[in-house]
Design a protein around this ligand. Structure first.
Ligand code: ADP
Length: 529
């Protein structure tokens, strides 16, 4: 996986994800569907059997299965069995007829010929009996026995009616009970009346008996377990064909998506490679139109190239400036040496040449030292020695010890007790550079005002002179390495490195440099720590 391309990795991951989601969804749906279907099958079985309960009764002693009895409905077969579990009636295929293990009101699974079936039995107990008895002759006209639910058995109050030349209610009850073979103490009289609908005058006697007066009957329902799951198994089979098709489609889709996603990044890579392999650092990555993450990436790259270009060019400039500055004294040394060694030079000329060589060597030493200091502070190769030190005392000491020329006076206005975490030698260097500039570009008998103060959290060091000043257009440039204004070029002492070092030292102490100047009147350099 590690060595695969982004496109391939994304394709594999997206495809795997879609496949997993698909498989889990189908499995969960099938499981849920199967469980619902299974419980529906069981409910249908129970309902079908219970609905048939009312369709069986004894009429005048003969067991009758009414025409509304459903032998086969909703995939459920219903059969009637007698008390001894002998098959009586039904349409169930022979192979499914099972005559063992009857359990009233209990649904269970049964395997027949390797196939699973749900079986449900309902036992019909004929506890309710109804008799119609002629009021005059006491003859039984008809009688029936029903299976009754407990709530239907409610004993009733009845009034005794007598017929002249016939029988009374009590006698009618006796006739019915005797015929049914029931004893009075085991029965509840539910109805004892003369119904108005009768075209013949009869007693209608209904009673329930706790004794078994008629043989009980079983209804057995049977349904295949797979009845409802059939549709789902078809669905599962269909899913087996659909899933591979789905995987192929999602793999193609994922590949197209990842290819489209990676295209702008490939473009950026190509441009970056062109820039890094070629020498043209001015080239930039073409930005896309939408401001999306890719746009930001390209923009970040371009900013990086911009900074690289600037730093590369300034390095180039620095090297060329440094070699230029070194070339002049070297050329002078070479010329002086050649002359001193020639036959034309007398002893005095040779001495003069040596003095000149010594001056140029000193100049080169100063330049190399300045370059070294700057490079060390910039690259962090110099070891800094930061400590909490008294800045007020340091500034005061430097100002009083500093030797000026041209009759220039240094005035120090220093707030006492200001201390700071600093590298004392670097801060001394910073102040000495500012003072040497103020003297170098100062006026005869001029002044330098040095002030140190603390305002809120800021420490402000200012060096102000009344020297030659700096032109407006040079104010920003003077901080650059080797930059010297036109008016100072005649002064051979400087190299244009002093202020660059000042700025770098200030930055190391979280300080900011600023300059204000009026050309011809003087300048003020301010460092805020
Ligand atoms: P340099 O060694 O030439 O003094 P710096 O980096 O110290 O180099 O200064 C850069 C340039 O800024 C100088 O060449 C000079 O033109 C100008 N400059 C610096 N300090 C002053 C000042 N106090 N007054 C006028 N010009 C200044």
């Amino acid at each position: 996986m590690k060595h695969l391309s982004f496109k391939l990795k994304t394709t594999i991951l997206i495809t795997a994800l879609i496949t997993a989601v698909c498989a889990v969804s189908i499995a969960a749906l099938t499981a849920a569907g199967l469980s619902v279907a299974d419980s529906e099958t069981q409910q249908t079985l129970i309902k079908t059997v219970e609905r048939n309960v009312d369709e069986i009764e004894y009429k005048n002693g003969i067991l009758e299965v009414e025409s509304d009895f459903s032998f086969y409905t909703n995939g459920v077969y219903c059969d009637v069995y007698n008390e001894n579990f002998e098959y009586i009636d039904g349409e169930t295929p022979h192979t499914l007829i099972q005559t063992s293990d009857f359990e009233n009101g209990n649904i269970r699974k049964h395997t027949i010929d390797g196939k699973e079936y749900y079986i449900y039995d309902s036992k019909l107990e004929f506890l309710k009996h109804e008799y119609e008895i002629d009021v005059f002759s006491g003859q039984i006209i008809s009688y029936e026995s029903d299976s009754a639910a407990a709530q239907e058995i409610k004993s009733a109050e009845y009034s005794v009616i007598s017929f002249a030349g016939g029988i009374n209610t009590e006698q009618a009850i006796e006739i019915a009970l005797e015929h049914a073979g029931a004893s009075r103490e085991n029965v509840e009289i539910l109805t004892a009346e003369i119904p108005s609908y009768s075209d013949r005058q009869v007693f209608k006697i209904e009673f329930s008996s706790s004794e078994q007066l008629a043989e009980s009957v079983w209804i057995r329902g049977i349904v295949p377990v797979s009845a409802a799951s059939g549709a789902y198994s078809t669905l599962t089979k269909a899913a087996l064909y659909v899933i591979p098709a789905f995987i192929i489609i999602s793999a193609i889709g994922a590949y197209v998506i990842s290819k489209r996603t990676i295209r702008p990044i490939e473009k950026i890579t190509k441009s970056a490679q062109e820039i890094s392999s070629g020498s043209d650092l001015t080239k930039r990555i073409e930005l896309s139109t939408g401001k999306d993450e890719i746009y930001t990436l390209a923009e970040t790259f371009n900013e990086m190239f911009e900074r690289l270009q600037t730093s590369f060019e300034s390095e180039k400039q620095f090297t060329s400036d440094a070699s230029h500055e070194l070339r002049t004294p070297l050329a002078v040394i070479k010329a002086e040496c050649d002359f001193a060694l020639s036959d034309m030079a007398n002893a005095e000329d040779k001495e003069e040449a040596l003095v000149s060589v010594s001056e140029q060597t000193e100049k080169m030493t100063r330049l190399v030292n300045a370059l070294l200091s700057l490079t060390r502070t910039e690259q962090g190769t110099q070891r800094f020695n930061f400590e909490d030190a008294d800045l007020s005392t340091l500034v005061e000491e430097i100002c009083s010890d500093y030797k000026t020329d041209k009759g220039i006076k240094i005035n120090a206005d220093i707030q006492s007790g200001i201390s700071m975490n600093m590298d004392v030698s670097l801060i001394s260097r910073l102040l000495e550079n500012l003072l040497s500039n103020a003297v170098r570009y100062g006026r005869e008998n001029g002044y330098i005002n040095v002030s140190l103060s603390k305002k809120e959290n800021n420490i402000i060091l200012s060096v102000k002179d009344n020297g030659i000043g700096i032109k407006e257009e040079d104010l920003q440039k003077i901080w650059g390495r080797f930059y010297r204004t036109d008016s100072s070029r005649s002064n051979s002492e400087g190299f244009g490195l002093g202020l660059a070092l000042v700025e770098r030292i200030a930055a190391l102490h979280a300080g900011k440099c600023g300059v204000k100047s009026v050309y011809g009147e003087g300048s003020e350099f301010e460092i805020v720590f």
